[in-house]
Design a protein around this ligand. Structure first.
Ligand SMILES: C[S@@+](CC[C@H](N)C(=O)[O-])C[C@H]1O[C@@H](n2cnc3c(N)ncnc32)[C@H](O)[C@@H]1O
Length: 223
């Protein structure tokens, strides 16, 4: 594993060091595109993986949107995973669990999941590491299963500059830590289409503020 990748993983683990768990008792995302897309590609009774689950909002929201059989959130950050497991305990959610791991620890789940969700994670990983992450997500997905890749808004480079980030080779850094793999939509589609069939692109916003620069979601299928 290269140094840049180790540093970014460490950054995210520290980021969740003081995270507090929540009690999440139901759906909170109102965005139509998000809800429609999740319901369209994730069927009742499915098994779903969230790769890079962080504090777990994506998988928990998905679990309140569709009646899935089982959801597993995986994240390399022990701090994030501990917080998520406290949240699901406090929320009395029984069909989800969160585990510590990464692209190298998914061998028990080959062809296991009907869908894989990943939120704001592929876009924080360097290209060198991303290839293996994508291959791992592919191997745990059943044929005809869907991969839902949500990434951050398409902020202009000036936005990052104004906030004090550095830009190197079209990627975003702060304090020499890799923070964003800044591909265009077409580049993401082309990159992921090496392994999956591209199905749909949607945008969604989780707040009024995000309506100016909405989050992006690409839907792919394993064929
Ligand atoms: C920007 S955070 C997003 C967290 C969450 N999905 C969200 O939207 O709030 C990126 C997450 O990816 C995780 N991550 C980065 N590389 C990973 C890897 N190789 N395997 C598992 N998790 C990873 C980090 O620990 C972090 O929790």
């Amino acid at each position: 594993m290269n140094d840049e990748y180790l540093k970014l993983k460490d950054f995210w683990n520290n980021h969740f060091k003081d995270s507090k768990s929540d009690e999440v008792l139901g759906k909170w995302v109102e965005d139509e595109n998000f809800n429609r897309t999740v319901k369209k590609y994730i069927k009742e009774g499915s098994k779903v993986l969230e790769f890079g689950s962080g504090r777990g909002w994506g998988l928990i929201e998905l679990g309140y949107t569709v009646n899935i059989e089982e959801g597993i959130g995986i994240d390399q950050s022990i701090n994030a995973v501990n917080t998520c497991n406290q949240t699901i305990e406090a929320s009395k959610i029984k069909n989800l669990k969160f585990i510590v791991g990464d692209e190298n620890t998914l061998d028990n789940y080959i062809d296991y999941f009907d869908a894989v969700l990943t939120v704001n994670t592929f876009d924080v990983i360097t290209d060198e590491a991303l290839e293996n992450v994508i291959l791992s997500c592919k191997k745990v997905l059943k044929n005809d299963g869907y991969l839902l890749v949500s990434i951050n808004p398409d902020f202009p480079l000036s936005f990052f500059e104004e906030k004090g980030f550095q830009i190197k080779n079209d990627c975003i850094y702060r304090d020499n830590i890799f923070r964003s793999n800044n591909k265009t939509n077409d580049e993401w589609i082309e990159y992921l289409s090496q392994h999956f069939e591209f199905i749909e692109f949607v945008t969604f916003a989780l707040s009024e503020m995000e309506k100016t620069y909405p989050r992006r979601m690409f839907v792919f299928k394993k064929v």
